[in-house]
Each structure stands twice: as C-alpha cells, then as structure tokens.
Design a protein around this ligand. Structure first.
Ligand SMILES: C[S@@+](CC[C@H](N)C(=O)[O-])C[C@H]1O[C@@H](n2cnc3c(N)ncnc32)[C@H](O)[C@@H]1O
Length: 219
C-alpha cells in the first residue's frame, strides 16, 4: 500500500483558517511563546539580535514585529499560502523577508547567518531534531541563540509522534512532531554542539492546564 501525505496542502488549509485581526493587534500579540493571551514571556526571550530567522513563520506576524523595531528579520515557511499572506500583510516593511521553503532545504542551501533563530510552535516541532539542529547551528553566528516553543510532551510519549492531521476519514495526511521532556531537549542540543541549553515548561495560567515547552541554547 502506498503511503500518502501532503504537508503543503495541510498547512495551506491551516493558513486559510487563521483569524485576521487588525494589523496593530497582530503585531502586539506576535512574539508570544505561550498559547494563552498575555501569558508567559514575550520578545525579551530573544535578547536584542540585529538579525533573526524564524523557522515556520506562518503569516509572519513575529517577523513583522521584529522588523518594525529595526531588526533584519527573515521568516521561512513551507506553506505557499502562508508566505503569500505574509507578503500581503507585511510586504511593505523594508526589513521583513519571507521565504517559501522547507526549513531543511533552506538551511542546507542558504549562505545566510543569523544572530538568532527561533520557532513559535513552528517548524522545529515538526522536523527531526537530529536533522534540523546541526543545520540551524551552522547558520547561527558564534554565540547566536536558538529559541523555540511548542507543546510539552505527553507524559510517557517521547520521540517522534505521528498524527492523522485531517481526522480519520478521507485521504491519509499525517504530520510528525517531536516531543521530549525538557532535560532530554537539553541533552539533544548539547549533543549537537549547542551550549548553555535550557529547557522548561512554562506553567499555564490555570493549574493542571497544558503548559508550554520553551527551549533556549547558544551556538
Ligand atoms: C502551528 S503553525 C505556527 C506558525 C507561526 N509560528 C505562528 O505562531 O503563527 C506551524 C507552521 O510551521 C510551518 N512548517 C511546518 N513544518 C515546516 C517545515 N518543515 N519547513 C517550513 N515550515 C514548516 C507550517 O507551514 C506552519 O506555518
């Protein structure tokens, strides 16, 4: 039986379902790492880089927010629909750049180097860390920082997680996500040459609600 998956269509469809808040609200709410409004750390987690690369930038709100502060900000996303929307929403910002590509392909071919790479529930979650992390490290300047956020692992379920992304009826479309406990993320990053790796679960606003895994490390 032939396996079928179509990530581009999946993410294009996801892009089409996103809310379209006013531009100022989108900028204000960008660069929030947690899934709850006005909760958890914000842009300060990135420090003050002059150049940034977002891995899986979606519509590009975070790229735009950085660009408005003078950062030379690039975002990469594999969804043509997301990148089209990013150009439509933020194409007028001189420091914002959007690239339509898979992050592994992009990082394998670009000559760019960045002071910070980050991913907000983005491509880092959906890409094998053993493939992605060495590529990210190579494209960071020495001492450059990687920061990412995503859902914490479900207890007892670690490594690659496969889900049928459009439900259990119809075409087979699945996505993979990678889930580990914070200390395992620190080990993986250290194994790939990053230093000062620190990972933690930011608690949700309500006890017993799902928190946010946040990970930082230096190249
Ligand atoms: C849950 S969305 C988050 C988007 C954005 N960071 C945000 O906070 O709105 C995940 C994004 O990662 C992108 N993505 C997933 N895998 C990717 C890959 N291998 N290369 C590039 N982008 C990818 C998807 O297209 C999607 O835009």
């Amino acid at each position: 039986m032939t396996a079928v998956t179509d990530l581009t269509t999946y993410w294009d469809r996801y892009a089409g379902q996103l809310p379209t808040p006013p531009r100022e609200d989108a900028l204000k709410d960008a660069l929030r790492w947690c899934q709850y409004p006005d909760h958890g750390p914000g842009p300060e987690l990135l420090g003050e880089p002059a150049t940034t690369l977002e891995l899986g930038c979606g519509r590009g709100d975070a790229v735009a927010a950085l660009a408005t502060t003078g950062v030379d900000a690039t975002g990469v996303d594999l969804s043509a629909e997301h990148v089209r929307a990013a150009h439509e929403w933020w194409g007028d910002l001189p420091n914002a750049r959007f690239v339509h590509a898979d992050v592994v392909d992009y990082l394998s071919t670009t000559r760019g180097r960045w002071e910070a790479a980050y991913s907000i529930w983005g491509a880092v979650w959906f890409t094998d860390p053993d493939v992605l992390l060495p590529l990210v490290r190579e494209r960071l300047v020495p001492g450059g920082r990687l920061t990412f956020a995503q859902a914490p692992a479900v207890p007892g379920a670690y490594g690659v997680q496969g889900i049928y992304a459009t439900g259990f009826r119809g075409r087979k479309v699945w996505v993979y996500r990678w889930a580990y406990e914070p200390e395992t993320w620190e080990e993986i990053l250290t194994r790939h040459g990053f230093t000062g790796a620190r990972a933690w679960v930011e608690p949700a606003p309500e006890p017993d609600h799902v928190g946010t895994l946040i990970v930082r490390a230096s190249a």
